[in-house]
Design a protein around this ligand. Structure first.
Ligand code: CTP
Length: 420
């Protein structure tokens, strides 16, 4: 029987209205890519630029990209009460870039232009993507404004580090547009979920390990790292402090997440060990190589008269099982989750393989996906959750952001049970 693809709309934001506020910063041009990314995913985008931001990017750009008219003043469209309607009808309000001045005004509750008025009216999630020089970001006034805004439930994305407007580098750079679009998607996928993972330290591994054969060649697998990255993003959106150990993947890591990049199974195991003692939750989403070769120092050459090459591979450490064993031996409880990407074969169904794996590994939660149905690198997934006894605890299907939130619901209830 041919595999049926997950029934998920290709435009996950269809039917949702997103307001993009644009402030007067040089990064305003990057907001154009955010508008494009969100409209491509089906969102109905309304751009509300501040007057000063039009010095950087003009109205025509926003109207062309959003396919909607653009207003900046509360005195335009007065008959339709635009300054109230925009905020009331929004599913999310996103400000890209959010300048220090804008955050100060938002903190004070000013309503002196259409964007700040929209912020006061809306009850939808508000997301600010700040961009400014390091000194401005680190100034006590800005720190305090960010703290106050966050305490009111406003989501202020951590700015990235890197090249700023001049020749200087530091914290304060706008996260890449793709990262902001993914963040908005995850917030919308979270729906009514609150910051239930506030104060929780989550370590997630993702991607596929790469085992060197020689200085040129590697043994690896098809894992893209997207599911693990979506989990990291979802955990950050829900208030957790997140470390992502990313193996061999070139994806742009999520905003606000501490990322460490590794190559081999051995490096991944070492990074997990370093972090496990301070973690409340460990999620092994990485596709870890089960075997590794003794790498040759020089490039392996073809040999005359030999028609093949025999590789000797040795087993790598089973990191997930090791975590469960160390937890049993230790005193500190933490939640452990794994993944099982399976296919059926002549002996067993994919689910039967996963059930055996759940019992053998002993993780609190094992997320099984049938990889003959779900392509590697896809933006959607279908997961079945099994406990350590192999019992099915639930199932979910959707975008990788949606299934991540469903998985974190299980993690949140495991944490609650553990904390009594
Ligand atoms: N895993 C791990 N360390 C390994 C191999 C896998 O921690 N050396 C973890 C993966 O991150 C995943 C789970 O174990 O969470 C299941 O991985 P999988 O490759 O499906 O299982 P294996 O134990 O490798 O069994 P097999 O490949 O024989 O199916």
């Amino acid at each position: 029987m041919p595999a049926s693809p997950p029934s998920v709309p290709p435009r996950p934001l269809e039917g949702l209205r997103v307001i993009i506020g644009v402030c007067a910063g040089i990064a305003a041009y990057k907001a154009a890519h955010v508008v494009r990314g969100l409209t491509e995913r089906g969102a109905d985008v309304r751009v509300v630029p501040t007057k000063a931001s039009l010095e950087f990017v003009g109205i025509s750009t926003w109207e062309a990209l959003s396919h909607n008219p653009v207003r900046t003043s509360v005195f335009e469209d007065v008959d339709s009460v635009a300054h109230v309607r925009l905020g009331q009808e929004a599913d999310a309000v996103v400000v890209v870039p959010a300048t220090a001045d804008f955050m100060a005004r938002a903190r004070m509750g000013r309503a002196d232009d259409l964007l700040t008025a929209t912020l006061l009216v809306t009850r939808a999630p508000v997301i600010l993507a700040p961009a400014m020089h390091t000194e401005m970001w680190e100034h006590p006034a800005t720190r305090e404004n960010v703290d106050v805004l966050r305490s009111r439930g406003v989501r202020v994305i951590e700015p990235a580090s890197g090249r700023l407007t001049g020749t200087d580098t530091g914290v304060g750079r706008l996260p890449e547009p793709e990262v902001i679009v993914h963040y908005v998607e995850s917030v919308l996928a979270a729906g009514s979920r609150t910051c239930d993972l506030e104060g929780t330290r989550v370590v997630i591994t993702a991607g596929g390990t790469r085992e060197a054969l020689d200085p040129v060649r590697v043994l690896t697998n098809h894992s893209s790292g997207k599911q693990g990255a979506a989990l990291a993003r979802a955990a950050y959106v829900r208030g957790a402090s997140v470390s992502l150990v990313l193996a061999g993947s070139h994806i742009e890591p999520p905003a606000g997440v501490d990322v460490v990049r590794v190559e081999s199974a051995k490096e991944l195991a070492a990074e997990v060990r370093e972090r496990e003692s301070s973690a409340d939750v460990l999620i092994m989403a990485a596709a870890v190589s089960d075997f590794t070769p003794e790498p040759s120092r020089s490039k392996i050459k073809k040999k005359a008269g030999e028609s093949g090459l025999t590789l000797h591979l040795v087993e790598t450490e089973d990191i997930l099982r090791g975590l469960v064993e160390r937890r049993q031996a230790g005193e500190r409880p933490f939640v452990i989750c794994g993944f099982a990407a399976e296919t059926g074969d002549e002996h067993s169904s994919a689910l039967a393989h996963a059930t055996r794996k759940a019992r053998a590994k002993g993780a609190d939660l094992l997320a099984f996906n049938d990889v003959s149905e779900n392509a590697f690198g896809a933006d959607t997934n279908a997961l079945t959750f099994l406990d350590a006894a192999g019992e099915i605890r639930g199932a979910t299907r959707g975008t990788k952001d949606e299934v991540s939130h469903a998985m974190l619901d299980h993690v949140a209830s495991l944490l609650k049970r553990e904390r009594g």
